[in-house]
Design a protein around this ligand. Sequence first.
Ligand code: CO
Length: 207
Amino acid sequence: MLKDLIDNNRAWSRGKTQVDPEFFRRLEKQQSPEYLWIGCSDSRVPANEIVGLDPGELFVHRNVANLAPPQDANYLSVLQFAVEVLKIKHIMVVGHYGCGGVAAAVDGQRRGLVDHWLHPIREVYAEHRDELEALAEGKPRHDRLVELNVIRQVKNVASDVFVQDAWARGQELAVHAWVYSLADGLVTDQGVTIAGVEDFRRVWPRG
Ligand code: CO
């Protein structure tokens, strides 16, 4: 089976250079992506493929349930490099319906370390308990929690000092909330785009 993967790799590399002989030589020298994707690790949500971007065009950070926790050194390192060195212009936090991480956060079962990782989602649930529990249990409630989680992570990203400092410097940078549907392969923008401190104050007037 692994041999198949290596064969696939050879065919992919050949295909790329047939279309564009300089493709890899150019990428070897530098990357200049305009986008940072913060998405779920789920194998059904392949970042580049969903938005039709080639190697070199999308900077990617993925973890369970697409979180942007303000104390996570991994995420923060990616964010700082993307904003300050690559000077990417758009950050999209991308959740997906049917997210096992989001479901696991609120199903009451104990799994160990991941319960701690998923803690921020339980906080999102608690913050929006009335709205969520007015929805039918199961898919409607889960789908809304997925959307609310993405919006909460956008708030984390947009309130981070790396992003706030970029805006203070006049750097062009927007943070977007997207949700991907496994059922039809379509991304939906949740209508919460934060492109500066004015947007932030409008969406979250109390900070
Ligand atoms: Co997921």
